[in-house]
Write a protein that binds this ligand. Structure first.
Ligand SMILES: *[C@@H]1O[C@H](CO)[C@@H](O)[C@H](O)[C@H]1NC(C)=O
Ligand SMILES: *[C@@H]1O[C@H](CO)[C@@H](O)[C@H](O)[C@H]1NC(C)=O
Ligand SMILES: *[C@@H]1O[C@H](CO)[C@@H](O)[C@H](O)[C@H]1NC(C)=O
Length: 975
């Protein structure tokens, strides 16, 4: 997790080794069994280099067993000692990043990965990878701009400029202030820092015309030689200095002088070659033994050689501010250099403005500064984060658009760091977040995270819990679900990612807008429903992205070999540059439809761009260009459709469906990944294709042709029903798929009694029909216009409920010795009789219980000799996960959103034995013993009086709702 408000944690994102060397063939494995490359990874938190290597090896084996593709090896060191401090007994200088024991652990981890056929990413440094141990006067450690502001003392023009002596002077600016406001900050940031959270900042509104660069007038002893002009009222002087921040990702107290580790670990300069070189040198000298280099060649997720090249190819010019200006191209920064970054590091998130910010008076130039993350992301290794993005689909779009335009294949997401939900986040909640990320363009999740499972200093059972119990999730065998449902969820994620890595992602529409550092972080930009309702797939690009070589128009399509954008939308509240207007004019001339929605866009100034007049003229010319259409706001979908930009997938539904679309030209297969957000939904999707539609089930790995659909005037129409948060994968293939029976005709219309279809070579297509009270003479109508008359469905037994459960609870509890952190759990069983299902919190003996519930019941089944009678089992609610056994045979994995499975093959005449295995989260139990828990020598921050978060209450556990058996009759369709 990247928690940014740590003052001293400059760049909190874990920096990864990037750039792939995957072999092209079979790189991804198969849909049923995806390769390690495409499976989700765990961030693996190694407490420090002193831990037991055999436990590290077994943790990696567990990760592989549960279906992870690998781990991100993160030497966490108690988050640099920032939360809770380094525990008594720990010894960074001996066991730090680069020490011999750490080298040994890394080697063991790589060997374990090799043995278990999984891959390893490695953070570039300790804590979150922000840097490495270094000398405090190394040029490659982090630099910062430090701003100061002061009213110009009218009668003392020779006073030293504010902050003089703070560092090397970069700029000194004079400006008149028209007004000032104290703005209070209502943050949603996590004040984990020991310093009090910033509660307000001073906002100065400047008169743009009054800005004067007076840097050259500052004498060598800091005297600003100017005369008060008299005309400018309220003059302020702004001064900016550059200096090393000496920020450390890891603080250490040591008086040793014989090792560089005694300095702790510095944050390096992420904008300079020197920064990269500092990291490279450290790795060469302290990490990369010959054995480790070789192992990295085998199991390094991204080729090591490449990564070195990548790292040394960073061409950012050294030091601020030039690096910053060159990189971001902000000229305004010249006048307002980074004021809003205040005393923080330049990479501080935009949601944390510094001590003050200044804005221009003129609305058109108001707070249009600096930090366009998207242009950076197009360059680097994009990984976003579910926590900072607040699981917003629109936020992910803003992140992913540039990456895909720039030809990136993988958009990664640090998934599942949810506040106050450690040990209580459920699988359906995690998957909902995963699916939202997928809907926004993410195609790799890196799960947050897997803790080291062994003993550690001052740490009781259930063991090392990074971030002091503040954040989910702790994925390890200490979760009862680990091999009782979590593994199946990992299978789902892996298969969905497999699909989301095939071919190239396509988007119908891109919004163009330049973000400002002061804009809310990843806020929803386009809040209307019309595009989603119509099926449009859209993304965001910044003016800088339009300068990428990939951003050209052919055949009226932007980046036709890439995202294939069919139209561009510029909304009236979008902030765009003069050069973006010129780009858009060029696109329009080449036939790309451009929609100006709701009025004129806003001016985003850049140096030497001709100013607001050039902007206005340019915008007017753009509006008058052929192929540029001006519409009222809110009419975007309509305008797109009427100007020839139709969605690749049309949607008609009573719910909300998010579509992602990928085209694999080589295999001649297109994929639609559909996510039903929030509600049960029904409808159809339409697309223009001759290809044959298939339904892929990411829970089971099963693939089968869609049996029932229509083709109307060249348009394929597929009916679809999805539960809340359920997803569906449709694959449109030009060929029949290997080993899959594909009938030559399909069903155009079918009776309502159809529950589903099965296909195989032996029986062809088989419909499953439900009991109907008054069956009408319904028919199936085939695409060749032949019909099939439905048999009498009133003879099919009707649905029935299962009641009267015997519940055996395997209670997972603390070992007698709380300091035994490596024990999974101490287990004891209790048995309960339940006439109907209830949350454990409603059963007095189980209120504080966590573990695994084994629910068994029996039912009588008399198919009356009709072997075509089978049944589905349906759960009205799944809190966490279920695994179903019928007559001791395991039923296929059940999607918790759908809650249903075919148990027909497992039924027998007479009494049938049903066993439902239901894991719970550990929270209710842990909560009940919380005072006994310590983490790295202290009570968890979550329960302390200084906790930034409320201590969470008890959560529903176990199994609630009803379970139905729904008989069906198999009806062979003869196709
Ligand atoms: C370092 O030396 C100072 C001065 O002798 C001493 O006060 C301090 O405790 C020492 N720190 C450590 C971590 O040994
Ligand atoms: C454009 O900039 C203004 C001022 O910074 C901001 O309030 C607005 O949200 C921005 N618009 C978009 C679409 O980001
Ligand atoms: C959509 O229609 C289906 C079938 O009638 C219904 O079950 C579902 O609740 C509806 N969804 C919404 C969001 O109205």
């Amino acid at each position: 997790m990247a928690i940014t408000p740590f003052r001293h944690l400059a760049v909190a994102a874990t920096l990864l080794i990037v750039s792939t060397t995957a072999t092209p063939n079979k790189r991804d494995g198969t849909f049923a069994n995806p390769s390690a490359q495409v499976r989700p990874f765990f961030r693996y938190w190694l407490p420090d280099g002193s831990v037991d290597p055999t436990v590290v090896a077994s943790d990696i084996r567990s990760a592989a067993e549960v279906g992870a593709g690998g781990i991100e090896f993160l030497p966490y060191y108690g988050y640099g000692g920032a939360i809770g401090g380094n525990p008594p007994g720990s010894d960074w200088v001996t066991y730090g990043f680069g020490s011999a024991p750490l080298q040994h652990l890394l080697q063991v981890a790589l060997e374990a990965a090799k043995e278990n056929s999984v891959l390893v990413d490695i953070a570039l440094g300790p804590n979150q990878g922000q840097g490495v141990p270094a000398s405090p006067d190394a040029d490659g450690i982090q630099w910062d701009l430090v701003p100061f502001v002061q009213r110009l003392p009218v009668n003392q023009p020779s006073e030293r400029i504010p902050g003089w002596g703070e560092g090397e002077l970069v700029a000194c600016i004079l400006a008149s202030v028209d007004s000032k406001t104290n703005v209070s900050m209502t943050g949603d940031s996590f004040p984990l820092d020991s310093s009090p959270p910033q509660s307000s900042y001073l906002e100065l509104v400047l008169d743009e015309a009054s800005l004067q660069d007076v840097t050259h007038k500052v004498s060598s002893d800091g005297i600003l030689a100017i005369q008060s002009s008299g005309s400018s009222c309220n003059p302020y002087v702004f001064s900016f200095y550059q200096k090393r921040t000496l920020h450390k990702a890891l603080e250490v107290e040591s008086n040793r002088t014989d090792t560089i580790l005694a300095n702790g670990s510095f944050v390096v300069d992420h904008f300079s070659k020197e920064g990269a070189k500092t990291v490279i040198d450290y790795w060469n000298n302290h990490i990369l033994t010959e054995d480790i280099r070789q192992l990295l060649g085998d199991v390094g997720n991204y080729g090591w050689e490449d990564s070195m090249e990548f790292t040394s190819n960073i061409s950012w010019t050294p030091k601020l501010p030039d690096a910053f200006y060159n990189k971001f191209g902000y000229s305004l920064a010249k006048y307002l250099p980074l004021v809003m970054f205040g005393q923080n590091n330049i990479m501080a998130q935009p949601s944390n403005p510094g001590l003050m910010k200044a804005v221009f008076k003129n609305k058109q130039t108001s707070d249009k500064y600096i930090n366009d993350y998207r242009s950076v992301l197009a360059d680097g290794c994009p990984e976003c984060e579910s926590l900072q993005w607040k699981d917003k689909i629109d936020g992910y779009r803003q992140f992913a658009g540039a990456a895909y335009l720039a030809g990136r294949k993988v958009v990664s997401n640090e998934m599942g760091a949810v506040e106050t939900r450690t040990y209580s986040l459920t699988i359906p909640e995690l998957l909902q977040r995963v699916n939202k990320a997928f809907a926004g363009g993410v195609n790799r999740v890196m799960l947050h995270g897997q803790p080291y499972s062994g003993d550690y200093y001052g740490t009781t059972w259930p063991g090392s819990t990074p971030f002091q119990y503040l954040f989910a999730g702790m994925h390890s065998p200490k979760q009862p679900s680990w091999i009782h449902g979590f593994d199946e969820a990992m299978g789902y994620i892996s298969r969905a990612q497999f699909i989301l890595r095939q071919g190239i992602p396509k988007f119908d529409v891109a919004f163009v807008n330049k973000d400002s550092a002061t804009d809310p972080n990843w806020a929803t930009k386009y809040g209307r429903d019309d595009l989603v309702d119509a099926g449009y797939i859209y993304t965001y690009l910044s003016p800088d992205n339009l300068e990428l070589p990939e951003a050209s128009v052919d055949n009226s399509i932007l980046a036709s070999q890439g995202p294939g954008i069919k139209a561009i939308v510029v909304t009236h509240d979008a902030n765009i540059t003069v050069s973006a207007i010129q780009r858009l004019k060029g696109y329009a001339a080449k036939g790309l439809p451009i929609i100006l929605s709701g009025g004129s866009a806003q001016y985003y100034p850049i140096s030497n761009d001709g100013g607001v007049d050039a902007f206005k003229t340019g915008l007017q010319e753009l509006a008058n260009s052929k192929g540029v259409h001006t519409t009222a706001s809110g009419d975007v979908a309509k305008a797109l459709a009427s100007h020839g930009a139709s969605p690749r997938v049309g949607v008609q539904t009573n719910g909300t469906w998010y579509i992602t679309w990928r085209e694999d030209k080589e295999a001649q297969v297109d994929y639609a990944f559909i996510f039903s957000d929030g509600s049960n939904s029904q409808g159809e999707i339409t697309t223009t294709t001759d290809k044959v539609p298939h339904l892929f089930d990411a829970w089971t790995g099963q693939r089968q042709p869609v049996v029932q659909y229509n083709r109307r005037a060249g348009v394929l129409v597929i009916p679809l029903t999805l539960k809340a948060n359920q997803t569906a994968i449709l694959a449109f293939s030009a060929h029949s798929l290997d080993g899959i029976y594909t009938p030559s005709v399909h069903i155009k219309s079918a009776p309502n009694s159809v529950l589903g279809y099965n296909l195989d070579y032996e029986s062809g297509a088989v419909a499953k029909l439900a009991h109907t009270v008054n069956p009408s003479a319904d028919k199936f109508v085939m695409s060749d216009n032949s019909t099939r008359t439905v048999p009498d469905t009133s003879v099919i037994p009707s649905s029935f409920l299962i009641r009267d459960w015997t519940l055996t609870v395997e209670r997972w509890e603390a070992p007698a010795n709380m300091l035994d952190a490596s024990t999974i759990a101490s287990i004891r069983n209790t048995t309960h009789h339940l006439p109907s299902l209830l949350s454990w919190t409603e059963i007095p003996a189980l209120v504080n219980a966590s573990g695994i519930g084994y629910y068994s019941s029996q039912f009588i089944w008399h198919p009356n000799g009709q072997n075509q009678i089978g049944a589905y089992i349906t759960f009205s609610s799944i809190l966490y996960a279920v695994q179903v056994f019928v007559n001791y045979e395991k039923v296929a994995p059940i999607d918790p959103t759908a809650g249903t499975a075919d148990i027909g093959p497992y039924l027998r005449d007479g009494e049938n034995e049903l066993l439902v295995v239901v894991p719970t989260t550990m929270w209710n139990y842990l909560r009940s013993i919380f005072p006994e828990i310590t983490e790295s020598g202290t009570p968890p921050l979550l329960s302390s009086s200084t906790s930034p978060m409320n201590f969470p209450g008890i959560v529903p556990n176990g199994w609630v709702g009803e379970v139905y058996i729904r008989p069906y009759m198999s009806f062979a369709l003869g196709i």
